[in-house]
Design a protein around this ligand. Sequence first.
Ligand code: ADP
Length: 492
Amino acid sequence: MEEVLQASEERYRELFENANDIVYTHDLAGHITAVNKAGERVTGYTRAELLSFNIAQIVASDSLARAREMIEQKLAGAGLTEYELESITKDGRRVPLEVSSWLIYEDGKPVAVQGIARDITKRKRTEEELLRLSTAVRMSTDSIVISDLEGKIVEVNEATLKMYGTEDKRNLMGKSAFDLIVPADRAKAFAGMEETLAKGFVRNREYQVIVKDGSTIPVEMNIALMKDAVGEPVGFVAVSRDITEHKHLEEALRQSKEEAEAANRAKSEFLAATSHELRTPLTVILGYTSLLLEQTFGRLEAEQADPLRRIDRNAQELLDLITAVLDLSRLEAGRLPVEIREVQVPEWLEELKAETQGVWERSSLEFVWQVEGALPPIHTDPGKLKVVVKNLIGNAVKFTKAGSITVAAQGQKGGVEINVTDTGIGIPQEALALIFEPFRQVDSSGQQRGTGLGLHIVKRLLEMLGGTVTVESEGGRGSTFRVWVPRDLRTP
Ligand code: ADP
């Protein structure tokens, strides 16, 4: 008998010792009289330390009242009680415990309390996380619908109720999520669900959904597959956003863009037409003026020749301005299509030299033409590139009184760089960024006149050629304009 009893006691002792939960006993004054290994593990104290403690030393002060109250209730006749409290570990951490305890009697009188306490840190953490997430779902302004694998709705958030114009969840629960979508979009939605099953999620699907009074609104939907702990799919989460407003804006934007483009085209066409009409009479004026100046119609006195030269110069300026405006308007009206050809740079530069002969022969400046030998051919629009460099040469001549102008071409970073360097008046640092804007001119004592459009046209043409233009300059020492175009415009 004794042996059997001893064996049984041994088994209970092992159960007590090895239990995952804390098993403890304390007397009615709170002195701990027994505790198992789990007690040491959770609190961080040794058993000897724990056995010298009153429970008040390991229960958080804000939980103590609850613990005492439970003992009182038991003494007053309550049975097994379950409650939560927090204990403080040796290193000062708070550990939430779920406790069930009962009284131990001797000779019919309560003498001690025995209990089991479970560390519920993990469960608390999960609960808190769940609370945070459910708050986020509740507060979301997007509709969130959770359904099972068949699409039957099992949960919706408040935004969903608002979207579908109901105050009672039950009006939606149990319904098929597909019933919310307009019939015409259901096949599409079904395909979206299949895809979600295969891929785990789909994004940015647009469907029309049926809301309160039977009217429809467009929504953008993201759907994700929901899986259980072992990875088995259990349902879907669909997050939808009302994009009515967005659609309206998009449409309004598209319309105003179209209108703006049409207005811009009309403006450019008007400019192109009027510029053309203005050029014709001006050319006639210039023709007669030059005939007069050449004294074709008879001798001119100095007092007649002088005003005539002014007329000539001003008419020429007006013609330049009109030509530039015409070029720009053609550019803007898209009437200058890019014509790509294979270009041998040295030959192209020879042509440019020939075409600008008048300019450099008339000036007293030294002209230097340099081209790197063995430049491979490039693919670009040679005509537009010429207009660009001619503009730069024209400026260089205009703003240089003495010295030289160098035009150089060499290979550079997947393309060709063409530099125009002068020894002229230079450009102040603060003006460098502005000169490429339309009608911007540096105030240069008013001697040089121009349209202020040349460099802007240069920049615009280079944009069409996929190229760039930069400038370096030092006041009084001259400027260098660097043009770069890609080797092959056909393969950007
Ligand atoms: P503009 O018809 O006035 O020359 P551009 O657009 O070609 O118009 O040039 C804008 C301004 O940039 C010019 O008015 C001038 O002040 C400055 N600029 C351009 N090229 C040079 C240069 N090579 N040297 C000095 N200043 C220049």
